[in-house]
Design a protein around this ligand. Structure first.
Ligand SMILES: [Zn+2]
Ligand SMILES: [Zn+2]
Length: 443
């Protein structure tokens, strides 16, 4: 995969994809190349290096030494987790700390994963400085991204940022990442099985924009994942490379399309719903990837069941009052925003049974192409120990049911959950798959 081959050229989808990332390096000992790569990329000699205690140990200290040796001036910005948290949360306080330490010249370099990347990218964007990332864990797909998620008053918000110029992933560092972070990355990547199908569902029913290149890129990443999952579990170089590549290039696919359509569907909405409740009730929830991976069990089951269903059985009912009432009950003080969204999407989403029947064959053939992946999701989750995780076993079942039934209202994006809700089947299918999940978790 070569970004330069994708960027700036007319694609078969009719668009010219602009990917501002200059280089992605995923290699053993990539850290040794960092100083050289930066010299090629910038004339600035002053580097603002953001890290935390963990990433400093993992790669940051070594990176700093290498930069100093190459005659860079390094301003270290060490971020700390809040008391009581075991990890850094991307909150405004940490953001201010970065911005405070940055002047109007120089180059911003992050050394870390999710939170550090989100915070640093946003700070650099605000200060209008270029930025690059040295990845320390294959834990999420946000390295190649033009948005940052920052938690403000307990609520995750998404902000536009400038993507990194360089993404440097040293496989020696990533191989040694905590198991939980590898599980998280796997979960985020596994979620693409359903999100790709969600995209095709939108294309079939609404003739949404589609890019075959972006689709095929993510599918080939998934294919590598399914064929090499034991190598990831064993932390072999090849396995970690596949996982890291999968996560970074899923990000690239979103940049190509200009939205998260290829990489986020029902499984992500369920995860986002949990994040929202975590903010409202001030409770901690599993990492993004752990939630997305677990929710993939649900979304993949939905698709397999859809394949076996005669679309003639669907009775579509567009009951706006019912939806509004449920939104008020499920979204609590966030209901107003979601109701506004319902207002925006209502007309768009009004499909008829005829629309559905016309596309039945197309939709089913899309699912059939993914049947092997869909059927493998559960086994992969098993192999990676998702169902043994305490935080997954302890997932609040009431929240989970609400997330399955109402998560789809969070975004203006047609998914299988939207369809099932319109067919009056979401609760029934949801309960069915949740009881299956419960069985897995009680083993
Ligand atoms: Zn994700
Ligand atoms: Zn394209």
């Amino acid at each position: 995969m070569d970004i330069q081959k994708i960027s700036g050229k007319k694609c078969s989808c009719g668009r010219v994809h602009q990917i501002p990332i200059k280089e992605v390096i995923i290699e053993e000992n990539a850290l040794d190349q960092a100083a050289e790569l930066l010299k090629k990329t910038t004339n600035q000699r002053k580097i603002y290096l953001t890290l935390d205690q963990n990433t400093k140990k993992a790669a940051g200290a070594e990176l700093k030494e290498k930069l100093l040796k190459a005659d860079f001036e390094v301003v270290e910005i060490l971020l700390k987790e809040r008391k009581g948290d075991d990890h850094l949360v991307p909150e405004p306080e940490a953001l201010y700390k970065i911005i405070e330490n940055i002047e109007h010249d120089g180059y911003v370099l992050a050394c870390g994963s999710g939170s550090i990347n989100d915070l640093t990218a946003y700070a650099a964007h605000k200060m209008q400085l270029p930025y690059s990332i040295v990845a320390t864990a294959p834990s999420m797909d946000g390295y190649a991204s033009s948005v940052s998620s920052i938690t403000v008053d307990g609520v995750k918000q998404t902000y536009n940022t400038t993507p990194p110029e360089l993404i440097i992933a040293d496989l020696n560092t990533l191989k040694a990442a905590p198991w939980k972070m590898i599980q998280s990355g796997l979960g985020d990547l596994l979620g693409k099985v359903s999100s790709l199908l969600e995209w095709k569902l939108g294309v079939a029913i609404f003739d949404e924009y589609f890019c075959q290149e972006a689709f095929e890129m993510v599918e080939s990443l998934l294919n590598d994942l399914f064929n090499n999952s034991e190598k990831i579990i064993a932390r072999e170089k090849e396995g970690i490379e596949i996982l890291t590549k999968g996560l970074i290039y899923s990000g690239v696919s979103m940049m190509m399309v200009g939205s998260s359509r290829p990489a986020s569907g029902t499984e992500h909405h369920i995860s986002h719903f949990f994040d929202m409740y975590a903010g409202i009730f001030q409770k901690s929830v599993p990492t993004h990837g752990i939630k997305v991976g677990t929710a993939s069990f649900i979304s993949s089951n939905f698709y397999l069941k859809l394949l076996e269903t005669d679309f003639n059985e669907f009775e579509l009912e567009h009951n706006r009052e019912g939806r509004e009432k449920e939104i008020r009950e499920a979204y609590l003080d966030k209901a107003d925003g979601i109701l506004e969204l319902l207002d925006q999407r209502w007309e768009h989403d009004l499909i008829t049974k005829e629309d559905l029947l016309n596309q039945e064959e197309q939709i089913k053939s899309n699912i059939r192409e993914f049947k092997d992946y869909l059927e493998s999701v559960e086994g992969i989750l098993d192999d990676f120990g998702f169902f043994e995780r305490k935080d997954v076993k302890n997932l609040n079942r009431d929240w989970l049911k609400k997330a399955v039934n109402h998560g789809f209202e969070l975004r203006f994006r047609y998914t299988i959950s939207t369809l099932l809700r319109q067919a009056g089947l979401l609760e029934k299918w949801g309960d069915h798959v949740l009881s299956k999940l419960d069985e897995k978790l009680s083993d």
